[in-house]
Design a protein around this ligand. Structure first.
Ligand code: NAP
Length: 261
């Protein structure tokens, strides 16, 4: 928008449902052009149609981020359309549930590809342009799971610990620059994520979930302020604080008990 490089955009992965979709709406309302990535092409078109009403440019890119070369396809798309990713939101993420000995390895590897590899690769791809422009922002979506080990969801919890540590390190590397770096760590949110991941929660736990709209609004505001770790909701902040105070062995036992349902 009036800058000597390609059209400024906010790139959001996993923007068709849940937190990513709510973030897309917030950025659209503010007048930002968007690049939306997810697998479901039909749903991407529906979201585009809805957000076109805000008089912005909405680019959609149907892509499975677990596939080889998927991030290169994102970069190709951005370059061919002469776009510039000023804000990158690595939101797409998948879960898996069960004892590691019983889950298919393909599922775990896909999870690592989406939650870790694609997030790292996209960050690495778009960071140099942000540095050369002297501004930008990266928001990576982790989870409260990032703060502990998660028996029965071992790979998922570990993937989110990676996201948190990776983002914290990046924040330190970029301190003093005009590039904002945040890690969003939501607790349970009312999206299709739980069901898709095969997580069974009891009724009490279901009531404790925040809505994706609430989470996105907090994330949007705190990211703008340049807050490094964003934990939406008082209960989630308290749980993380308590978890830090108890021995890790006890934390693991509590999480296994909860995950046994
Ligand atoms: N819901 C929770 O309780 C919760 C709690 C803490 C953290 N989180 C994190 O929040 C983030 C968003 O989750 P959500 O709750 O909003 O879940 P969601 O409603 O299931 O949304 C996930 C989004 O990611 C996309 N996606 C999934 N796999 C993909 C792939 N292989 N390639 C490209 N896009 C893919 C989905 O679209 P397609 O299916 O069309 O690809 C969808 O747009 C995730 O990183 C999740 O780990 C969620």
């Amino acid at each position: 928008m009036g800058k000597p490089y390609g059209r400024s955009c906010v790139l959001i992965t996993g923007a068709t449902t849940g937190i990513g979709y709510e973030l897309a709406k917030l950025y659209a309302k503010e007048g930002n052009n968007l690049i939306l990535v997810a697998r479901d092409e039909e749903r991407l078109s529906e979201v585009k149609e809805e957000l076109d009403l805000y008089n912005i440019k909405v680019y959609i890119l149907p892509l499975d981020l677990s596939e080889d070369n998927s991030c290169e396809k994102v970069l190709d798309f951005v370059n061919k359309k002469n776009l510039s990713v000023d804000i990158l939101i690595n939101n797409a993420g998948i879960g898996s549930f069960g004892y590691l000995s019983e889950i298919e390895i393909e599922k775990e590897l896909k999870l690592i590809d989406v939650n870790i590899r694609a997030l790292t690769e996209l960050t690495k791809m778009f960071l140099p342009t942000m540095i050369s422009h002297g501004e930008g922002g990266i928001m990576n979506v982790a989870s409260t799971a990032a703060f502990c080990a998660g028996p029965k969801m071992a790979t998922y919890y570990a993937s989110k610990s990676y996201v948190l540590n990776f983002t914290e390190a990046l924040y330190e590397e970029l301190k003093g620059s005009e590039i904002k770096v945040s890690c969003l760590c939501p607790g349970p949110v009312k999206t299709s994520f739980q069901e898709k991941s095969g997580i069974k929660k009891n009724e009490a736990a279901k009531k404790a979930l925040m809505t994706p709209k609430e989470v996105a609004e907090i994330a949007y505001k705190d990211f703008k302020k340049g807050k490094l770790i964003i934990i939406p909701g008082f209960k989630n902040k308290l749980i993380i604080l308590l978890n830090k105070l108890i021995p890790r062995a006890l934390s693991r036992k509590i999480i296994l008990f909860m995950n046994k349902g």
